[in-house]
Write a protein that binds this ligand. Structure first.
Ligand code: SF4
Ligand code: SF4
Length: 200
């Protein structure tokens, strides 16, 4: 019974003297190797050189600060619920008097972690966030040697006050226009809300 169409014809032809010395195979291999000397190298010297990426590339997340430098995240957990990879964990804290410059809302994320090894960079956390606090950026996650180092905490996720990250770069003009419509929550359906918003 024939199980497959794949077959190899076995030859019992006696090898020549040169073949027994492996000369033809060695010469053939050297020709292939030499031919590569004249081809353009496909290797990119990362990180000095970078390959072009799509404008909507989704890379490392950022937790944004508001215009006054306070953390936008209110630890509502919507991003964690939306995350299909269960990569996000957080604990909440209550803002104390005098901390208004640190946290925009009364409740804030005391800890916030993303496991970059679990993350599939789908962007659903960004879609789910009602506070426009989390965005994916065009940055690549660093290479690490230890699994634990891929768990990014607030120290790596929250943007620095003197080093703001422009997240509008990788957003389409339609999304940017949508976010400017007054009174809209950006996690609701784009088309439906855009049409409704235009009626105002
Ligand atoms: S990009 Fe997707 S997988 Fe990664 S943390 Fe956000 S929701 Fe989870
Ligand atoms: S990042 Fe957004 S969705 Fe996630 S906990 Fe903070 S406010 Fe909620």
């Amino acid at each position: 019974m024939q199980l497959t169409n794949r077959k190899v014809v076995v030859s019992n032809k006696e090898q020549s003297f040169a073949e027994r010395l492996y000369l033809p195979a060695i010469i053939k291999g050297m020709i292939i190797t030499a031919s590569h000397l004249f081809k353009k190298s496909p290797t990119i010297m990362y990180p000095e050189q970078k390959r072009p990426i799509a404008p909507v590339f989704r890379g490392q997340h950022v937790l944004k600060l508001d215009e006054n430098g306070a953390e936008r995240c209110t630890s509502c957990g919507m991003c964690a619920i939306a995350c299909p990879a269960e990569a996000i964990t957080m604990t909440s804290g209550e803002r104390k008097k005098g901390e208004e410059h640190l946290y925009r809302e009364e409740k804030y994320a005391a800890t916030y972690e993303i496991d970059m090894l679990r993350c599939i960079f789908c962007g659903l956390c960004e879609e789910a966030c009602p506070k426009e606090a989390i965005f994916l950026t065009d940055r690549l996650v660093d290479t690490e040697f230890e699994r634990k180092d891929f768990i990014y905490g607030k120290d790596k996720l929250v943007e620095k006050i003197d080093k703001r990250i422009d997240v509008s770069i990788r957003q389409t003009p339609e999304v940017l226009a949508f976010k400017k419509i007054p009174g809209l929550k950006h996690n609701e359906l784009f088309d439906k809300k855009l049409n409704k918003g235009n009626k105002h």
